[in-house]
Design a binder for this molecule. Sequence first.
Ligand code: HEM
Length: 493
Amino acid sequence: MLSTLCGEEGSTVTGSDDSTLTALVVDEGLSLVVILAHSLFEKQEQTNIPHGSPGWPVFGETLSFLKPHESNTIGSFLEDHCSRYGKVLRSHLFGSPTIISCDHELNAFVLQNEDRLFQCSYPKPIHGILGKLSMLVVVGDAHKRLRSIALGLTNTWKSKTGILHDIDRQVISTVESWKKRERIIFCEEARKFTFNVIVKQILSLKADEPQTAEILEDFLTFMKGLVSLPIYIPGAPYARAVKARARISSTVRAIVEERRKGVDRHEKGDFLDVLMSNGSVSDEEKVSLVLDLLLGGYETTSLLMSFTVYFLGTSPLALQQLKEEHQAIRTKKVKGEYLNLEDYKQMEFTQNVINEALRCGNIVKFVHRKALKDVRFKGFLIPSGWKVLPVFSSVHLDTSLHENASQFCPWRWMGQGTGKKFAPFGGGPRLCPGAELAKVETAFFLHHLVLNFQWSTQGEDHPIAYPYVEFKRGLPLMIQPIKTGFEGSPVGF
Ligand code: HEM
């Protein structure tokens, strides 16, 4: 059971001088683990491995590293450890000796050298939920192949005006449903919206179809399991998530079968059609790709929308400037006209708001990698086989890289590129393929929100990194339609 929590059972660690230490075989007793962990750390003193501490036997420092904290802070573990050991430190996490990197240059180096010096390496229990063909699990050529197919969907939004119109239509229908309401739980509304957008693009399912509600319900169970204690106890969140994944897979498989038999095959123009017309993709790969895109494209994007609303609440000036930008765009359009790519390009301040919300909110705190060989960087040694965790939030909140880092200040992005000190979507050959789609959905949502509503947060709520980010109360908002609403907006109050 413990080994499930710890990830890689009986893992082997190769030291920099190529001697081999076998550590963490749980059954061999804690005393052996303590001796090995400590002799390993003594040995590291001589080899320039970054400083740090091994923590407790077996668990290492995993529990303190994962301790929840507000996502616009780095949390007490990193605050304490970085001040003691520096921005690159060693620890023992998820069952492996680990280098934690809060250094933007090392983070970029690790991500850029995927498959050469480092490799994606999520803990084994996560594989149990995502499946063995998930893009976050496969490596090397298998990953490159699946990724190029996925990019086929995520890169088409610019060339297909229909996708932008679909997104805009979905925003309008969401905000219209608020007309008679005074209070909404924003995170729920945002989730429904992003889910409806992604199931439409991938499977052509509409919001009111029973299959959409079924998949959404299974997805919520799936997401809860993904961030729960990964121990298989029947009825517990992890086990329920494994089952929910199996149910979503069979729903998608049934849709594939229906299309194969049906007369309307390859005529919907969605991502599944693209997959079905590609003879080299097996049914198992089709299902896995669909799940990856649903998973990647839904919760993260809805969080980004929630962050923009949350942080704009702290900056009336930014909200005012955003409103003016969207009023100017609306003025040039005829009544009821959908937003298009040209409008999106005009949303410059909106882009700054989105970047700043990503920097302050930190949707993905860190990613999992392992070193494929001994690597030296800035005088440090990262031993082969060790886990490496590039932490994005520490870079985003680093006051030596971002002035007044704790302040939400969209103007900081004016006229400058984002560079290495900003990596909300990861980087290198695994850079998020859905980054632009997430931004366009958020920008279109903000357009209709700021033109048609004023809002205030109801009571205290903050984004918490568990490390998976969630607003404890779902971000309740009191909303009020702007009576003198913007004439041209299709929402038309
Ligand atoms: C604000 C929204 C989003 C954020 C913050 C985000 C963040 C990330 C990050 C950090 C990674 C890199 C993981 C790693 O290197 O281990 C990633 C990968 C991925 N994302 Fe996103 N993502 C977002 C939206 C989306 C959307 C809209 C989609 C799909 C439509 C998507 C699909 C994926 C997929 C399939 C991968 C795996 C890529 C690979 O391994 O090559 N994401 N995302």
